[in-house]
Write a protein that binds this ligand. Sequence first.
Ligand code: B12
Ligand code: SF4
Length: 664
Amino acid sequence: MYVYIQKKDKLYVFNENSDVENAFLLKEYSIDKIKFNNGIAVIKNFQYDLNDLPKVCLINMCVLENFPIPRLNLSTGSIAAYIRKYQKARVRILDMQLRIKVDDIIKILQKDKFQLIGISISFGQKYISDELINKISSSKEIDKSTIVVGNVIPSLYSKEYLMKHKKIIVSYREGEKSLLDLIDYTSGKKNIEDVIGIAYINKNGEYKRNDIDFLEMDELPFPAIDTIEDVIKYKGALTLELSRGCNYSKCIFCPRNHKGARWRGLSVDTMVLYFKTLEKVCKKVKKEPFFYIADEEFIGQLPHALELKRIEEFCKGIKQLNIKIKFDISARVDSIFKPEATKKENIDHLHMWKLLKEIGLQRLFLGVESGSDNQLRRFNKGTTAYQNATAIKLITALGINIRIGYISFDPLMENFNDIKESHKFVERKDILYKHADFNKITLEEIYDAIVNNIDSEYLKLQCKPLYYKVSYPLTSLEVLFDTAYALKINNFEKKNNTKLLIGIDMNMARYKVIYFNKRIGLVSDYCQRWIDYNFPVLYSLKGLYKTSRGEVKNKIYELMTWSKSIDHFLLNYIMNQLGEIDCDYELNKFAQQYNFSIKKFKGTDEEIVEQSLNSWQKIEELFINEVVKMLKSNVIKDTNDLALTRSIENWYKNRRIWNKINDK
Ligand code: B12
Ligand code: SF4
């Protein structure tokens, strides 16, 4: 980092390593004669005005009602840090998660006059960004600025985007290098044809797309944390990125063009440095050092020895720092257990996970997706139900807490078989293990006992259902643009002379799709309505969970698992109402707890499903009442701007209206 102080025609430059000669800004102005005075370079007769540096505003969109708890935004943070690394422009970050509204943004843009305005548009943010872009375009004070949009939504369908907003530019992949080029473009130093990684409409009205390569991660500086104080103020979470891409890249529902099929990670030294830096920052802002690693696949799926070495060195580096940090990561199930690997390789992996736990790994997100082999094959997930169960058994026995991604419905399901099988899988209480005591049992013994199904007095089950760990219950597969699943549906349509993809939902970069099996489509649709209805309350609770500690954290966790049970048994209840399953012991037991009597509804399938939701909402209401009680008695403390309280007010107000969150 460099500090520049300009006083009339004098410029003082400071860098903590006295490496002033490499200050990019001085290179930009071709300053060669530098005199040092007490480690500070003093440049006399500095004829340039630093106020003339281009100004860039990076805006992160957010629909606050749906995502009331912020996360430190890395999309803008990473680009801002990169621009600053090259001292190309002065950057300001505006993040709508931090309660800035579209009209506030417009006022700032009118006042500060930025040469380049970058807008980050992720899922569900299309409409709100359209509103912003339209307001910018119709404001005389700012319509001269160049506007570039990036992130998932514009990148997945840049052409359609540009047809709608002709004057803007789309950055369709990583934004760092494109932004540097765009600064030169807006300063007249580069032609638009030479700006990498963008799509645009040229002077002849033609759609153009300039190439770009993926960045090497070590080129990335530590992300900008300008907004950190506000993130903390609104009880938000800290995030960090250590790798990009995924070496597997074959799950058919996951678009890969934008993020990259090749995994690229920071070097171990840089990873350690970034952990250290964020820990230092946390001390400064008085926040517990807990961060969410945003990487799609943290481990990397490299050749075995290399992967092991990398993680071991990283853990060693963190241990040597002697810092106390906590972090969450995501990985694939086969980063824990591969049935086809040797016993030694699998145990090596356990050792690697144990090390990660020792340096502060709190929670691991696993893309499990299903407990039905048929469905896993359809997804090309590369794992089996047995493998999923075994990996979870092993990892929980190591004391690592997990969350799992799970997809309950997908449009090509022919009947309820996969749903029933997969739903039963998460009801299993023989998968989650208690933390084993390593003084009493070795990794090898844990492995042998679990893989060979042998009882061990040192391995105990939690006796809790796996659905407690499902991150978003009752999820339907979203057929996102640019995915192999969309192609699979195309082929299915041709083969069966039917039409399943019936339109596009730009706001979510996905297809509107009807299910091959209409009944499953109906159940999926209503489950989504149920989840969306309850989502703001649960997302707020989840956010508060992340920032709370001790007893309060446990209380919120209990609430969240309660809500998971209600969601889980809703599907059993609906399937039972539709005559797909019997009312079994588990469903009966659950209903009885709340004095809920299961009586059969009559009518069309849709009427039956809707009545089921209305009626099940009575159980959800007991849950909501309990949250209110805890808020009133101050057991749970809301965010400063009462995010949870507002979500609850809406919950009561809109009962029995089953809209979906991302509906216009
Ligand atoms: C945080 C996160 C979320 C949060 C969002 C929270 C919030 N408040 O908005 C939650 C958990 C809610 C979420 C949900 C979903 N997510 Co999500 N999420 C992420 C995650 C883990 C981190 C994002 C991040 O910070 N990345 C790091 C930054 C640096 O990368 P970036 O955002 O892509 O930014 C770069 C470029 O996009 C570009 N760029 C971005 N903005 C801009 C702006 C300008 C001006 C320019 C020039 C460039 C630019 O440059 C940046 C730097 O290179 C990513 C995984 C990942 N590592 O990206 C998945 C990810 C983005 N999510 C994904 C998906 C599919 C979803 C869901 C649709 C899942 C689902 N089926 O429900 C939902 C949709 C949510 C909704 N609105 O309904 C996919 C997207 C697939 C793809 N390749 O496009 C990802 C990649 C994960 C995955 N592999 O499945 N998600
Ligand atoms: S879902 Fe995860 S494992 Fe599968 S391709 Fe996408 S990032 Fe890779």
